[in-house]
Design a protein around this ligand. Structure first.
Ligand code: DXP
Ligand SMILES: NCC(=O)COP(=O)(O)O
Length: 246
């Protein structure tokens, strides 16, 4: 089965927040993405609410529940007590835990699993007890995946930023793909599902899904939103689905 496409709406929210006006509509573009065949929506509410506002979460939850009940909501973030309260309130199907400092511009590394197993394990247990699937943001370095598994998480999300950065260097892209492929194989052997995200594009997706044939989900925001400005959201989702082999 091809990897599912979850459309990240952070960049839409960033554009909306330039003015004290409700457009572009985060819910409207989420609706357009789901109507065009996206399997889910992703948001990464940051503590300063610079893009997704905490008030967006109820609207997106209602969009999925009322109009697209098969779709999944994925909320990403650092598991502070405030973040955990947010996800417990809005009950996404999946929570992706990311080791981001509040001041960080964007996500740029995965968890240090050996150092953070004791921190993550009770959080994973708490979220799973509430019925949410838990995924952990991970560098494509399988040393430490045993500890990732030991936290009780269901999946990892492979950090693909370094792969995305090789867009003008095919040899470097091959090297990054080999790392991602090896890391995914170790995760799979340990019984962890594999998602991927960060700086994925319609151009770099086909090689990624060839390298990780059992990839479960990609979450894509920045590149997809740039394409949506050019082609419109429905056509863009169709292009990304085709790149995934749907
Ligand atoms: C975990 C991850 O890779 C994405 O959530 C990414 O961090 C998007 O966040 P920004 O949209 O704030 O850059
Ligand atoms: N988890 C990655 C994500 O949601 C989107 O990342 P990007 O496509 O905005 O880099």
């Amino acid at each position: 089965m091809p990897a599912k496409l979850s459309v990240n709406l952070n960049a839409v929210a960033l554009l909306r927040n330039r003015r004290d006006l409700p457009w572009p509509s985060v819910v409207g573009l989420g609706r357009a993405a789901l109507a065009a065949g996206a399997a889910g929506l992703t948001v990464h509410p940051r503590p300063d609410q610079r893009h997704i506002r905490f008030s967006d979460l109820a609207d997106l939850r209602a969009l999925i529940d009322d109009e697209f009940p098969q779709a999944e909501f994925n909320i990403e973030g650092f598991p502070s007590e405030d973040f955990l309260a947010l996800v417990e309130k809005h009950q996404p199907e999946q929570v992706t835990l990311v080791p981001d400092d509040p001041a960080q511009a964007t996500s740029d590394h995965g968890w240090d699993f050996p150092g953070k197993t004791a921190f993550l394990a009770p959080i994973v247990a708490r979220l799973k007890a509430s019925g949410m699937r838990v995924s952990l943001f991970a560098d494509p370095d399988p040393l430490g995946y045993e500890q990732a598994k030991a936290t009780g998480a269901d999946r990892i999300e492979l950090y693909t930023g370094p792969y995305g950065a090789t867009h003008d260097d095919p040899k470097a892209a091959e090297r990054e793909l080999a790392r991602l492929s090896r890391a995914a194989a170790v995760a799979r052997e340990l019984g962890l599902g594999v998602n991927a995200g960060h700086d994925l594009t319609v151009d770099n997706l086909p090689a990624l899904v060839r390298a990780i044939p059992d990839l479960l989900e990609v979450s894509i925001g920045h590149g997809l939103t740039a394409d949506a400005l050019m082609y419109g959201m429905p056509a863009t989702v169709a292009r990304y689905r085709a790149a995934l082999g749907h």
